[in-house]
Design a protein around this ligand. Structure first.
Ligand SMILES: NC(=O)c1ccc[n+]([C@@H]2O[C@H](COP(=O)([O-])OP(=O)(O)OC[C@H]3O[C@@H](n4cnc5c(N)ncnc54)[C@H](O)[C@@H]3O)[C@@H](O)[C@H]2O)c1
Length: 384
């Protein structure tokens, strides 16, 4: 048995996503389970080096998790041949520059979404990664959530028949920071720092829609900054310059119509922070992050509009849960394992920087639609 030790530069690892999802729940969890097993009995063992700006923070994080490798010197990490993957979960505005440096050093690239702040930047990364011949991947975690995997199961089994429409409801109340600290970083609410719910969430909606239902062909979007002022991590007031809510309609290939509300200024009265309702001729489903419930045409009740009597239906009881039937791992870890196999044994990994660029494209076009108050077509994205 050979153990393939894979040095991974983790830049931005002290952040919310870097620490929780990528370091603890993915890389450390993979190490604890004994690595990623390969068919012939070999094992891939990820070996992270924690990279950032603040020595103390990095040292503390490394010590907390029994790690010895950390550094504030990105260039030195890139120069070290032991490190074969560069991972980036810095704030979005910093990502492109660091990835370019890593590609120039011949590293394989894995990174958070959005890959850059605009389409041009995202496409440039995809292009130079291809030219350099390095493997590359972008986090598309929502595809591997149990609820969405169950939805995919329904689609693959043709449960819906012809799919007519999809409604996505995403959001929750993000505290303004005055009397309770906000539960998201303050840069999310400043456009100049790469913030905004369109830039953030439409990167997800693109791959969710493309991979589950069909390619996005057109977008119409109206957004708003409902909360004009918030307090930052130091309790200082700041002006919100980015959109905190977006109300969009998408047209997919095959004519499926999607409505998507994304908001950090709503309170939740639904089963989950994201719910996806799908209506098809043969049946309907509502997926959340973990669960998914269905109603087949043969189980569909026949409500009659009559506000003069009390509602005789308990609509929520008329749905059936899709069983797990499998063990679901953490969505980020699942994708990390596939990327590691892609790097070491060339296993397929379709979620590359070009796929990531499609997310940025949709965000850009949604912003344009909002600005120009009109429908905007989504052209096919290819690398020349
Ligand atoms: N896949 C998902 O579901 C998901 C969810 C949330 C965020 N994200 C993405 O992950 C990325 C990070 O988001 P987050 O919520 O963890 O943010 P965060 O603010 O918690 O962390 C950002 C990281 O970047 C570092 N950083 C910030 N400014 C820097 C600078 N000037 N120089 C060097 N390092 C700097 C910070 O130290 C920190 O490590 C964003 O691009 C975001 O879009 C993805």
């Amino acid at each position: 048995m050979t153990v393939h030790n894979i040095g991974i530069i983790m830049n931005g690892v002290t952040g919310r996503m870097g620490t929780n999802q990528h370091l603890i729940r993915s890389i450390l969890a993979i190490r604890e389970q004994g690595g990623v097993a390969l068919p012939g009995g070999d094992v891939i063992m990820p070996d992270p080096i924690l990279v950032g700006r603040q020595e103390q923070k990095l040292q503390r994080l490394a010590e907390e998790h029994g790690l010895s490798r950390w550094s504030t010197d990105l260039e030195a990490c890139l120069a070290d041949e032991y490190n074969v993957i560069y991972f980036d979960s810095q704030t979005t505005v910093r990502r492109a520059e660091s990835i370019k440096q890593a590609i120039a050093a011949g590293k394989h690239i894995y990174c958070e979404k959005p890959t850059a702040t605009d389409l041009e930047g995202s496409l440039e990364l995809a292009r130079i990664a291809r030219e350099a011949g390095v493997k590359n991947g972008v986090v598309q975690d929502k595809l591997f959530l149990p609820g969405l995997l169950k939805l995919k199961r329904l689609i693959d089994s043709r449960f819906f028949g012809r799919i007519l429409s999809v409604r996505m409801e995403f959001g929750y109340w993000v505290f303004e920071g005055d009397w309770q600290p906000g539960q998201r970083p303050s840069w999310n609410y400043r456009k100049e720092d790469g913030g905004g719910i369109i830039v953030d969430m439409f990167a997800h909606w693109r791959y969710v829609l493309d991979h589950l239902f069909g390619e996005v062909k057109a977008v119409s979007c109206l957004a708003a900054t409902h909360v004009p002022e918030r307090r930052d991590e130091q309790g200082q007031p700041y002006t919100c310059t980015a959109d905190d809510s977006a109300y969009a309609t998408f047209e997919l290939e095959g004519g499926i119509i999607v409505q998507a509300n994304s908001s950090w200024t709503v309170r939740v009265d639904r089963d989950d922070l994201l719910t996806i309702t799908v209506d098809g001729v043969e049946g309907s489903a509502v997926a959340g992050l973990r669960g998914c419930k269905t109603q087949h045409r043969v189980n569909t009740p026949k409500p009659v509009w009559n506000p003069d009597i009390p509602n005789p239906h308990n609509f929520r009881e008329q749905w059936e849960e899709v069983p797990d039937n499998q063990v679901f791992d953490n969505a980020f870890k699942f994708q990390w394992e596939m990327f590691l196999k892609h790097v070491v044994v060339d296993a397929p990994f379709p979620w590359d920087l070009l796929e990531g660029a499609k997310g940025t494209q949709l965000a850009d076009l949604a912003l344009q639609s909002w600005q120009e108050r009109r429908w905007v077509d989504v052209p096919k994205l290819e690398l020349k």
